[in-house]
Design a protein around this ligand. Structure first.
Ligand code: ASP
Length: 714
């Protein structure tokens, strides 16, 4: 009895259809979720959320720079996203004299808005299930390669048909490991300007200490604007461009949120792996996450020391540091959460139960027992490649001299195809990247990282799995990492701006090709190209085929359950409720935080918790205007049970009527494992309350004119 109950619980926790778990495709809401959403308090129809023929909420949702989400909040293309999504653009506009990161930046009129070359804003036009079209002509007789080429040709045809003669772009993505194919037609705006960003003490309040943690007081937002040509169509930057007139912009609600309120997150979640086999979870939790965390920890410690000592270094590396620190901390939370939730054993129990459910059909049971054995065998091999790949990405490529060498590899191959005279011109294209790399470059810091990474490589990767050229370097220098580092950093042109530029200017391909860092990088690439990548890709291919069968069978065995596809940077809707949580015995976290709490955290001696006087004055006077709560406090953040991940950063959080109540920016520490296993008890997304956003814009930054553009309901 007890065992049966446990099994039932397991199946429920993996594939529940309660309001919390799931990232749903907007075009399938009608079929799969509308009635459940309504039951949970939603007042919108599926058509209000996604409609191809009429303006709907989807037209206000933007894929920001291909990574984050943003929402349109005015009829003049005003965009709201996270501070951490706009951070690198603000950093690009900053210098020691104009330190917008620390002081904040606000354009006081449109002419002061700042251009951001390369930044894009993509809006989904339509989404279609094209599984049948993609599989047209695919038969069991085809080899894997033949099948891929038939599918690719089908895909190209669909994309051509969707985009010909238009400004649209399109792509087809596999879902459920290739059991379903979906076409996305998009429109991408290329002139996206910075309007404003709060100072770091607001936008990054709590820093790495508070990142991925509740309770939270971070004003994690920034504001941009989409510009279009005179016909309201996408265009490259031009001073003649005008603010984009959207089909739909979001109405903002200042009514406030209460525990139990319906919430919905509309955005572009990046990557989840909810259907992973137990062995894969084991590798992540017990090998990969610990390896990656330890390696990033070393890099960050060094960066932190140098950045604290020098302002130019701090600004130059701020964005890079933030992005390394972000997943360093996430992986830490993930591995702890998976352990605490006993994820591997839960998966194993689930897999056992799944096989038991096939008992009535012995042939199928046999087939899937074999599938499971193949999973075990493949993952046993994969484990080793995973280690090597983690050490490539997080250790060897943590060394800037190698990253720079890798970056120039393609250029060298291209240049060699042309007559010698054209080399300087071709290579000249590369100057801006070099200027950018060396802006505020700190060679001493770089060297220190190199030394530490080399040592970490020697300690973490056993001799027989090392890149031979690196291993020989260790042996030849008696493992003296200082000597090796000195050699690389004294000789390499990639860490010497003048030498590097002069090699490019004179078209001196040889100087680059014979460079010590370049040669080492080529040996690394050759080793991986022969001994790691082909093997791990072959395993990936086999795993994919197994997952395709496994997930397909899951949907058949649990045919009354609704399945949602893993996140893959495509547009999704998640819905849940404003909810507190109990992280551990004896502790319950309330669902919101206030400015009072921020002041409690204030610590002038800790960079993460500094508060500037102006905000303290506003707090002392309780000068919150119409952004105050009923009880007179100013709410900063709240949490809800929506299933989100990276990429949902900046996503609008909407109430039952589809009005904007906040901007998604994080998840709670105990629930970061939700990318692999969603636990409704403790997985919560963290949302910046729109009251605080508007308060900062109007009262702190004095950019209240922007608020006049917005539609606000009180
Ligand atoms: N703060 C997160 C990120 O940086 C968002 C999330 O994963 O929930 O990606």
């Amino acid at each position: 009895m007890k065992k049966q109950f446990f099994a039932l619980l397991l199946s429920v926790s993996f594939f529940r259809v309660l309001a919390d778990e799931g990232m749903w495709l907007p075009f399938l809401l009608k079929q799969l979720n509308e009635s459940d959403m309504k039951k949970n308090g939603c007042k919108l129809s599926a058509k209000d959320i996604y409609d191809v023929n009429n303006a709907s909420l989807k037209d206000a949702i933007v894929h920001f720079g291909g990574g984050c989400t943003a929402e349109i909040i005015s009829d003049k293309g005003l965009l709201l996203t996270n501070h951490h999504c706009g951070y690198s653009y603000v950093a690009n506009h900053s210098s020691v004299d104009k330190d917008y990161l620390t002081q904040g930046f606000w354009a006081m009129n449109q002419s002061e808005e700042k251009t951001n070359p390369g930044l894009t804003a993509t809006i989904i036009q339509r989404i279609n299930d094209v599984t049948a079209q993609i599989n047209a002509g695919v038969t069991d007789k085809l080899s894997e390669k033949q099948r891929d080429s038939v599918q690719q040709a089908n895909s190209k045809q669909l994309i051509d048909a969707a985009t010909k003669g238009t400004k649209f772009e399109a792509f087809v993505r596999p879902f459920f490991y290739g059991n379903q194919y979906i076409l996305f037609v998009t429109l991408t705006y290329k002139d996206v300007r910075l309007v404003g960003s709060p100072p770091s003490f607001i936008g990054k309040f709590g820093g790495d200490t508070d990142n991925w943690v509740w309770p939270r007081h971070t004003g994690d937002f920034s504001v941009f604007r989409i510009y279009a040509d005179k016909n309201n169509e996408p265009a490259e930057y031009s001073p003649d461009n005008v603010p984009y007139k959207p089909k739909k912009s979001l109405t903002i609600s200042l009514k406030g949120v209460n525990e139990g309120d319906f919430t919905m997150v509309y955005g572009f979640p990046g990557r989840t792996q909810e259907y992973l086999f137990s062995d894969a979870v084991d590798i992540t939790m017990n090998q990969s996450d610990p390896d990656r965390v330890a390696l990033r920890d070393k890099r960050l410690t060094i960066m932190n020391r140098f950045m604290k000592a020098n302002d130019t270094t701090r600004i130059a590396y701020a964005s890079n540091y933030a992005s390394i620190a972000n997943y360093w901390k996430k992986w830490m939370g993930e591995m702890q959460g998976l352990k605490k939730f006993d994820a591997v054993n839960k998966k194993k129990e689930f897999e056992k139960k799944f096989l038991e459910l096939l008992s009535s059909d012995p042939a199928e049971k046999e087939k899937f027992s074999t599938v499971f054995n193949e999973f075990h065998a493949l993952y046993a091999d994969y484990k080793v490649y995973q280690k090597q790949n983690d050490y490539l990405m997080e250790c060897l490529l943590g060394i800037n001299a190698f990253t720079a060498a890798r970056a120039v590899e393609k250029l060298i191959t291209t240049v060699k195809k042309y007559p010698v005279e054209s080399a300087p011109k071709e290579m000249g294209r590369y100057y801006p990247d070099i200027e950018k790399f060396f802006k505020g470059y700190n060679k001493a810091m770089d060297k220190s990282i190199c030394r530490t990474m080399l040592e970490a490589y020697a300690q973490g990767v056993e001799k027989k799995l090392r890149v031979p050229a690196i291993d020989s370097l260790f042996t030849a220098n008696q493992n003296n990492y200082d000597v090796i580092t000195d050699k690389i950093y004294n000789e390499s042109v990639f860490v010497n701006k003048d030498k590097y530029l002069s090699a490019l200017k004179s078209g001196d391909v040889k100087a680059l090709e014979t460079d010590i860092a370049y040669r080492l990088w080529k040996s690394i690439a050759a080793y991986y190209g022969t001994n790691v990548t082909p093997q791990s890709s072959a395993i990936d291919g086999k795993l994919l085929a197994l997952y395709k069968q496994y997930v397909d069978k899951l949907t058949k065995v649990y045919k009354d359950k609704k399945f949602y596809p893993d996140a893959n940077s495509t547009l999704r809707v998640a819905y849940g409720k404003v909810k507190p949580y109990k992280p551990r015995d004896g502790v319950v976290y309330t669902h919101f935080t206030t400015l009072d709490g921020m002041m409690e955290k204030e610590d002038p001696n800790n960079d993460d918790f500094i508060v500037f006087p102006k905000l303290k004055e506003l707090h002392a006077k309780k000068d919150y205007g119409r952004f105050a709560d009923k009880d007179g406090s100013l709410h900063i953040s709240f949490i809800a049970s929506n299933h989100t991940t990276g990429g949902n950063s900046g996503s609008p959080v909407l109430n039952a009527k589809g009005e904007l109540i906040g901007t998604n920016y994080d998840r709670v520490w105990e629930g970061t494992m939700s990318d692999i296993m969603f636990n409704p008890e403790i997985c919560r997304n963290i949302i910046l309350d729109v009251h605080y956003t508007l308060f900062v814009i109007e009262k702190y930054a004095g950019a209240g004119y922007l608020i006049n553009e917005m539609k606000i309901v009180q």
